[in-house]
Design a protein around this ligand. Structure first.
Ligand SMILES: Cc1cc2nc3c(=O)[nH]c(=O)nc-3n(C[C@H](O)[C@H](O)[C@H](O)COP(=O)(O)OP(=O)(O)OC[C@H]3O[C@@H](n4cnc5c(N)ncnc54)[C@H](O)[C@@H]3O)c2cc1C
Length: 348
């Protein structure tokens, strides 16, 4: 247990913040002792993985648990399906790379996403047409209410677009220890995402390695490397609106992109938040030391020396402008610590 620990190197935005108490958790025993300490001292607890999806708005007044459980265990391999259990502290991209090396397929599209394996189920990480929840069989958690390990089947994780039960009702009560994945030895590649399909056009045969390489190439060309420019990836979720709302926007603005999330003419439509932000004039703009990334309007960046308030001011200015121009409430994808109070929730 350490006191007054600097969290700036532990969040990919590179924002200054300190933890009153800090514990590197590498065993279940350590976790139990740390939670007991927090209980006795009546401290709030923040669970931290790689810090690549959080906005630390201020110093944390309680105990930060830095999850560092390690290990990968093959539970079953029948020559077709491989079930593998991975500890929360493993690096996500290293795990995806290991899967590729072992010939376990299904996660290639999720290469190069920063962060830990333990955080993957939290917002059901997704990219290039695949979401982690599609490959997760179950999640092993520490239940803080019952002080016991429990296994939650994927069907009960309520995986949805950048969402799961861990972001809502289990937010404060469950700490993810291990994730069990179900992967395939025979590759069934997902090339449904047009950018990826275009990047692989003309390649025959398309192998999992080719998909992995293409995903890494696209990501490196479009997204800022947090080691060079602090950021937390997509700052906002893509809003989902009714088909009628999409039609109305098209009448008013002509070329509003979007794709139906279900079958049927009246299916809700997911709009690219990047388009809304760019159209509202924010791409490449700066407020104090925070800015909107010049190549991708969905990413907010720390131009160096930004304070959390700079990022918050920028995010709120963008949200207000998008609401004013399009009548749409953007919802942050990044987890704000502490959570925002009373922020807008009006849809069009
Ligand atoms: C450049 C860049 C690109 C990105 N691209 C994508 C992308 O394509 N798709 C995508 O979905 N995301 C993307 N992200 C966001 C981020 O990488 C993911 O959300 C990732 O899963 C966060 O992992 P982490 O370990 O850093 O989590 P953290 O930021 O440490 O934590 C995120 C949340 O999960 C909680 N948490 C973390 N570990 C645990 C645990 N073991 N138990 C319980 N709660 C826990 C934290 O309390 C916090 O609420 C990107 C981020 C960056 C910086």
């Amino acid at each position: 247990m350490q006191q007054n620990v600097d969290l700036q190197p532990l969040n990919s935005f590179g924002l200054p913040a300190r933890a009153r108490w800090f514990c590197a958790v590498d065993t279940l025993d350590t976790l139990q002792q740390a939670l007991q300490f927090a209980r006795v001292q009546a401290l709030p607890v923040l669970v931290l993985g790689g810090g690549s999806n959080i906005l630390l708005r201020e110093d944390f007044p309680g105990l930060v648990l830095h999850m560092q459980l390690r290990g990968l265990q093959v539970l079953e391999d029948d020559g077709d399906t491989v079930r593998v259990q991975v500890a929360c502290g493993e690096n996500w991209h290293a795990f995806v790379s290991e899967c590729l090396a072992q010939g376990w397929h299904g996660l290639e599209n999720l290469a190069l996403i920063p962060g830990s394996v333990g955080a993957a189920p939290i917002q059901n990480i997704g990219a290039y047409g695949v979401e982690a929840g599609e490959r997760i069989e179950s999640v092993l958690v520490w239940n803080r209410d019952t002080s016991a390990v429990e296994q939650i089947a994927a069907a009960d994780c309520e995986f949805a677009y950048r969402d799961s039960v861990f972001k809502r009702q289990y937010r404060d009560s469950r700490i993810i220890l291990h994730v069990v994945f179900r992967l395939q030895r025979h590759a069934a590649l997902n090339l449904s995402y047009s950018t990826l399909a275009q990047a692989l056009a003309g390649q025959q045969p398309v192998t999992p390695q080719a998909v992995f390489d293409a995903v890494c190439r696209i990501r490196r060309s479009r997204l800022p490397d947090p080691a060079e420019l602090g950021n937390a990836g997509s700052f906002f979720k893509n809003p989902v609106v009714s088909a009628a709302c999409h039609r109305e926007l098209q009448q008013r603005f002509g070329d509003v992109p979007g794709h139906a999330v279900d079958a049927g003419a009246e299916a809700p439509v997911k709009l690219p938040a990047a388009w809304l932000i760019e159209r509202a004039g924010w791409k490449g703009r700066r407020l104090a030391q925070a800015g909107v990334y010049e190549k991708q309007a969905l990413v907010l960046v720390n131009h160096g020396g930004a304070r959390a308030q700079d990022v918050v001011d920028l995010a709120q200015a963008i949200m207000a402008d998008v609401r004013k121009q399009f009548g749409i409430a953007l919802e942050p994808e990044v987890q704000w610590v502490p959570a925002p109070q009373g922020e807008d929730a009006r849809d069009c």
